[in-house]
Design a protein around this ligand. Structure first.
Ligand code: GLA
Length: 372
């Protein structure tokens, strides 16, 4: 190398390495600043929307409680308010768990999303049968539904600001419209409108949501849109759509997510993401047992994909903050998630932002590291 060339290259090399070391050390400083912070998700997202989590009574104590109070400002009872658990027999309600969740929220200044008032699953058998075991009439079922909704909504009036009123009424089969549930069979198509009316009668100030899954898949999205549009045109008190967001590292795509948000919000209703998690496996509809030799560890490849997917969806959430008024995770950490048993029993999943030790995962840092 001649001297002239060397005198050019050396300073350029030194300058490049100086600037790159500055930027990586800046990044490291930024990272350690974030890591030592006691701020939680709710604080980073303070000017965007509340950040919630689904809880059982076991979450209200010990280390999960500490995490819950550090990170979240909204809770949803995972099971305690579903019709089966809360109303096990016609003349008896089981309030203990639901009450402790609502009391906990009151004590700590958390919002509560009620979940849910009508669903085809976890509905008690007695609801659909008379004392002889025969199927009840439309009138009897509507009376029972009215009583149930009035009693539950009234008990928590002023303490629950939003309810998932009807859960998952759209059929899985794209060729059908509404799911052929007992509600549909016995009452007919207007069971949905009736449920919303009953909830509104009981608490006119509560925000009422229709909640469902696979809501970003275009064919299902369009059927949900149709339902919401019909309800709104009939002046049924529906204030928002709950998009469950049981997602995976494979879906939705950014395009699907944007299009779904734009389509639902074009109806002038609020969007709540109600049950966010990010499975590391592709979606499977049918239940099955774990196969011998089936691997269920969080490999670095899966982890990278999950980080990228979490970053993408939260970037979009922030972009559409005008329409999105709540984001709730389904379960606290990878220590316990409903996906460990569903749809594949015994296969560990890692869908959340906290690991099995309740430590913040790398995906967490992507979610909170943004410019306002
Ligand atoms: C649906 C329901 C939730 C919960 C999950 C799985 O998404 O809305 O309440 O039961 O399934 O746990």
């Amino acid at each position: 190398m001649n001297n002239r060339l060397q005198s050019l290259i050396v300073p350029v090399f030194l300058a490049v390495s100086f600037f790159s070391s500055c930027s990586s050390s800046r990044e490291m400083q930024e990272h350690s600043r974030l890591k030592s912070s006691t701020k939680g998700l709710k604080d980073y997202y303070k000017s965007f929307f509340p950040i919630g989590v689904a809880v059982g009574t076991q979450t209200l104590q010990g280390d999960e409680k500490d995490l819950l109070l550090r990170e979240f400002n909204s809770i949803t009872p995972e099971n305690a308010m579903k019709m089966g658990p809360i109303h096990p027999a016609e003349d008896s309600y089981f309030w203990r768990d639901a009450d402790s969740i609502v009391n906990f929220a009151q004590q700590h200044g958390l919002r509560v999303r009620g979940h849910n008032l009508l669903w085809h699953e976890q509905a008690p058998e007695w609801m659909f049968k008379d004392s002889q075991g025969n199927q009840v009439s439309r009138e009897v079922l509507l009376d029972r539904l009215r009583d149930h909704i009035h009693t539950v909504v009234n008990r928590y009036k002023g303490k629950i600001y939003a309810w998932d009123v009807v859960n998952e009424a759209i059929d899985d089969d794209p060729d059908n419209y509404l799911r052929k549930s007992k509600w549909y069979e016995i009452i007919g198509e207007d069971f949905i409108a009736k449920a919303f009316q009953f909830a509104h009668e009981a608490d006119p100030n509560a925000l009422l949501f229709y909640n469902d899954y696979n809501t970003e898949r275009p064919e299902k999205r369009d059927r949900i849109y149709k339902l919401l549009k019909q309800l709104l045109e009939a002046k049924v008190p529906v204030h928002g759509v709950g998009l469950q967001a049981h997602w995976s590292i494979f879906e939705p795509t950014e395009k699907e997510l944007r299009e779904a948000i734009e389509k639902y919000s074009s109806l002038g209703i609020q969007i709540h993401f109600t049950e966010v998690d990010m499975s590391v496996y592709p979606w499977e509809k049918d239940r099955r047992a774990k196969q011998p030799g089936e691997v269920d560890t969080l490999t670095p490849e899966l982890e990278q994909k999950q980080i990228a997917q979490y970053k993408m969806v939260f970037d979009i959430f922030r972009e559409y903050r005008k329409h999105i008024t709540s984001v709730t995770f389904w379960n606290v950490s990878d220590r316990y998630t409903w996906l460990d048993t569903y749809p594949v029993s015994g296969r560990k999943n890692y869908p959340l932002l906290f690991d099995t030790q309740l430590k913040r995962k790398k995906a967490y840092w992507e979610v909170v590291n943004f410019k306002k």
